[in-house]
Write a protein of this length. Structure first.
Length: 95
């Protein structure tokens, strides 16, 4: 699924079937369901899940926790605007 297809899917009531958990987490977060997004990111034991987990904690303002998850993901701590970070992570995961 391309990034454009992914972002277009945000208009639907449900996420597309077959999304990897980390990408589905971003879908739910963008639709306003942080808790579901967090559950999905937490359930994904890979680096993609860790990266989304970091973003989610940064979004909620828990920068210490976010830093831990960025390190686990092997990603630098983001300082970009949150919406830009969301797009960068989604673009990376949707390819």
């Amino acid at each position: 699924m391309s990034f454009e297809e992914f972002t277009n899917s945000l208009a639907a009531d449900q996420p597309p079937t077959g999304l990897p958990p980390a990408l589905e987490a971003l879908w739910h977060e963008r639709r306003g369901n942080w808790e579901r997004a967090h559950e999905l990111a937490q359930a994904d034991a890979g680096r993609d899940g860790d990266w989304v987990h970091a973003y989610l904690h940064r979004r909620e303002g828990d920068l210490t926790n976010a830093g831990y998850w960025y390190a686990r993901a092997g990603q630098p701590i983001s300082t970009s605007p949150l919406d830009d970070e969301w797009a960068a992570v989604a673009r990376a995961l949707a390819t």
